[in-house]
Design a protein around this ligand. Sequence first.
Ligand SMILES: Nc1ncnc2c1ncn2[C@@H]1O[C@H](COP(=O)(O)OP(=O)(O)O)[C@@H](O)[C@H]1O
Ligand SMILES: [Mg+2]
Length: 231
Amino acid sequence: MSDASLVFTELVCGYGDTVIVRGLSGEARPGRVLGVVGRNGVGKSTLLRSLAGFLPLLGGQLRWQGQDLARLPAHARLAAGIAYAPQENVVFGELSVADNLWLHLPSRDAARYEAALAAFPRLVQRVRQRAGLLSGGERKLLSFTRTLGLRAPLSLLDEPTEGVQPENIDRMARLLDQARSAGRGFVVVEQNLGFIEQVADEVLVLDHGRCVLQGALRTLGREALEQHLLV
Ligand SMILES: Nc1ncnc2c1ncn2[C@@H]1O[C@H](COP(=O)(O)OP(=O)(O)O)[C@@H](O)[C@H]1O
Ligand SMILES: [Mg+2]
């Protein structure tokens, strides 16, 4: 366990009296990608919402860089260095693509987006258009680009590749790799096992809100993951 990590212990997450995720422990570290996989409805998004502060924790401990996060609201977690790209409603449809990228930033420092915009020319072509006119996959690319541009020490990405074209998924993997090499950490929720295999160091498999498998991806191997996902 390291002081620079997000450490969660015996987490319980859910909505009011409805417990969705229980007994979850793990760690997301700088320069590492933690992949979270599991079938539809097992609680992956509920977990990320709880880590990001959009859902109050029902139990357990959550620490970030040695600080207790459990009661910090979402905006304070972002200020503390944890960015979040939700699964749905990922962009402001009425704003242009450019305004979506600059909305949260104090100044227009183009270097932030250089690598991502070079990788995704589609976004550059549509930079002045309303983001609401983008396809679902393009919106996910925009959300991914914006989150990466925040250069947060830790980013929580909920199904970033959903609806994205295969060639752009490969580019996303390369961008994540670069950000990881720069020392940033990620928690990536995915249904796309191929993407997880490309980017993740550790993986956590959720089933019915519980962790059923956890460890280094290299040691676990794809078959073990598939066993839990294909049932
Ligand atoms: N706002 C909500 N209120 C109550 N239950 C919810 C809410 N959102 C999701 N759920 C329930 O939580 C469970 C897990 O959902 P979710 O975390 O979205 O799963 P996943 O992301 O793994 O597909 C589902 O049974 C879903 O119906
Ligand atoms: Mg989800």
